[in-house]
Structure formats: structure tokens, C-alpha cells
Design a protein around this ligand. Structure first.
Ligand SMILES: [Mg+2]
Length: 256
């Protein structure tokens, strides 16, 4: 009998991780699920704002490397992808590049002037008061440090007026832990499309199950008609776990 084919798309932060003191910690229960999916040979993609470097060096640290090479990574909202040893960066037009670097400079300098902060580029949460910028290849990510009173709310008051000048080219995606700035064409919808085109070039997957914890993740829903998107609030990874089990069990039942 023909196997019913399914695939999985995951946001990373707050979906496969939980937050502890502003750092994203991998949820081992879900890593176990990812390995189960891999062993069943169903495709998996991460649709994330994180960088390839962060995923490789932090997320996949201490995790079996088979999984790292199995998952399609659509990083920085699909601007940079990694699959089976190959990293690809989307070509960005010069105008957008210029606008991104100009906006980055203005945002950083405005935030530094605000309460006299110094910039720290790091993948890990600094344990001192500073402006924490997470290194990215293309997009811009300013991370918050609520322990030091540096919150999204306060940062947005400074960043929003700057971003108003770039409305026709850049978008701003804030959440509790970070503020992302990226080109308008970088969306989770496009990132999911890219992942699906690579993982299922012949369109044999009948159902894609997508998981996320924010409204930006809901854009994944628009990539294809056969995507079932589940919005799971942060900290409820046991719900994601159950849904994965159900999706996999559904596959078994359909076979009978
Ligand atoms: Mg998230």
C-alpha cells in the first residue's frame, strides 16, 4: 500500500526552545520527536529568523549530527538556507543592501545614545547592561535585556520613527525577546515555500504540519494549500509533542 506522505515545518524560538533568562534553551522532548520524524524519513524544515551559525553552534550543539544534516534550515526568514552541507544566501539588490546597512547604523546609534549603551555582538545573552546585537548575515536583530530594563517596548519607541523612513523596503518584527529588521520580501511564507520546493520537488507530500508561536509564523500558512498551521504559545511544547505524535499516528492509521 502507498505510504501517506507528510512533512513538518517548525519555527525555532519559543517553538522548539523555551526561554530562560532571555536565552533560548532547546527543548529536548521535541528534539526526540524530530529524531523520530527523521527515522520515519518525513521531511523537516526550520523556518526561522535565527542564523545558520546560531543553529549549528548553539541549537544543534550536543545534538546528534544526523539531525543537523537532515533538516532544511530556512534561516533569517529564508534569506540564508542550509541543506546537506550547502549554504546559500539569497542575492539582495544593492539598494536593499544599502538601506539595510544605513538602517542598522541609525538604529544602533540611536539605541546607544539612549541611556548610554555600548554595543555587544554575541550569540549569548550578555550578563551586563549593553545593547545586545545578535550577529546575522543579512537581516538585523536587536535583542532585549529585560533584566536590565532594556525591553522591546522601550526600544520600539526609538526604532519605530527611524523605520518609518524605510517603510517601502524594510519590515520590523518585534517580539518580547528581539526586534528583527528585514527586507519586505523576507517572510516566513517565502521561507516555507523555499523549503517545500527543495524537500518535495515533485509535490508528493499530502500534508505539511507547521508549528509556530507568533503571528509572523502564521505566514507559513500561506506557502501552500496543504499546510496545517498550529499556533502554540510559548512554554506549551508538550502540546506540540502531542500534535506530532498524532500526525505520525494518523499516518499509521491511514495505512491500515
Ligand atoms: Mg518563535
Amino acid at each position: 500500500m502507498l505510504k501517506k506522505k507528510i512533512g513538518f515545518l517548525f519555527d525555532v524560538d519559543g517553538t522548539l526552545t523555551t526561554y530562560h533568562r532571555n536565552d533560548s534553551i532547546v527543548d529536548l522532548l521535541l528534539i526526540n520527536d524530530l529524531n523520530t520524524i527523521r527515522k520515519r524519513q518525513f521531511p523537516i524544515a526550520f523556518i526561522t529568523g535565527r542564523s545558520v551559525t546560531w543553529l549549528h553552534e548553539i541549537f544543534f550543539d550536543h545534538i546528534d549530527s544526523a539531525l543537523r544534516e537532515y533538516v532544511f534550515l530556512a534561516c533569517e526568514y529564508g534569506l540564508v538556507t542550509y541543506f546537506k552541507g550547502k549554504k546559500r544566501r539569497r542575492r539582495i539588490d544593492q539598494e536593499t543592501k544599502n538601506v539595510l546597512s544605513e538602517a542598522k547604523e541609525k538604529i544602533i546609534s540611536a539605541l546607544c545614545d539612549y541611556k548610554e549603551l555600548e554595543v555587544t555582538y554575541s550569540y549569548h545573552a550578555p550578563d551586563f547592561r549593553c545593547l545586545w546585537v545578535e550577529p546575522k548575515e543579512i537581516m538585523i536583530t536587536i535583542r532585549t535585556l529585560p533584566l536590565f530594563g532594556l525591553t522591546t517596548e522601550k526600544f520600539l519607541k526609538i526604532i519605530q520613527p527611524i523605520m518609518d523612513n524605510y517603510k517601502d523596503r524594510l519590515r520590523l518584527i518585534p517580539n518580547k525577546y528581539a526586534i528583527d529588521v528585514l527586507p519586505l520580501f523576507a517572510t516566513k511564507r517565502n521561507a516555507a515555500k523555499k523549503a517545500i520546493a527543495k524537500l518535495d520537488p515533485k509535490g508528493q507530500i499530502e500534508h505539511w504540519f507547521a508549528f509556530g508561536d507568533s503571528s509572523a509564523d502564521e505566514e507559513m500558512r500561506l506557502a501552500r494549500k496543504n499546510i496545517h498551521f498550529y499556533l502554540i504559545p510559548q512554554g506549551l511544547s508538550s502540546e506540540t509533542h502531542q500534535l506530532i505524535e498524532r500526525a505520525l499516528a494518523g499516518y499509521n492509521n491511514l495505512r491500515r
